[in-house]
Design a protein around this ligand. Sequence first.
Ligand code: TRP
Length: 330
Amino acid sequence: MKKRILTGITTTGIPHIGNYIGAIRPALELANGSDESFFFLADYHSIIKNQNIDEIKHSVENVALSWLSCGLNPKKTYFYRQSDVPEILELSWVLTCVTAKGLMNRAHAYKAASSINTDDPDKGITMGLFSYPVLMAADILMFDSTHVPVGSDQIQHLEMTRDIAARFNHLFKPLLTLPEPIIQKNENVVLGTDGRKMSKSYGNVIPLLESKKNLKKSIMKIVTNSLEPGEPKESTDCNVFELYKYFATESEIQTMQQSYDDGISWGEAKEILFNSVNQELQPIRSKYEELSKNKDHINDLLSDGAKKARLIAKEKILEIREAVGLSKIL
Ligand code: TRP
């Protein structure tokens, strides 16, 4: 069977280096190694939590721009906005009708939201949040995806997708492909400048797309211990070293290890780290600057992607309509 990978990209904020290492880079590597790949901007998902219209609009553009700058090739990958493929919503409803409410009651995101409530367990919980996993299942099942790269927080959603697909197949016709998750291991491990998980909310991110100067500034800000130059340094659990490993070759890492043993100064170590990060990010930055000049082009590109994806989605939704006894006229 053909390997078809698919992943949804949440459209919040501008990606930082943690997103790049943990999600963007591995997803693009996977895309290169698979027969077909589908990457989409999950904007139907984004309206569940966010009612800020401007923010949603710009996030979609910025995130699309970031992925393209990092090397996503829209000629080889189906790259589209989720909301440009309305068949996904139609499938989502059909799946809603075969999904047990009890299954959704167990979803982590929903449970987390209701657990902070005291008097009314349903306070602040929309049907969008509750049904989130069904929409995600529709994203995946619409295109017969075989492999879905996700962070470990999404494994439960993949299991639910498989459950829902199996239920549909059992009740109607075996039309839906059960996907396998591909767990991205790097996730969570990328640390920010203060040693905590890199996250916008901690203010400890290293930027991906900002100027060389800002990149350097934030790398120089990485917190280290107070060992003096000349004193041997530990590489385990060292923030600088950990980050370096993501960008350096095996032999560069060994050389760095030697320098640590020999007592390299933190200033020098950070300088070496900066140079290797910058070498990788330089072309990404240039591409970003070039693409930013023409945002219409991005929108055209996404529309083209949706057109291609819809050819597949339309055919599939007709089969599904027929299987459940609905009219095939669209
Ligand atoms: N829920 C995913 C996340 O938060 C995003 C997403 C939406 C997704 N639909 C998807 C991921 C389908 C993989 C497949 O990261």
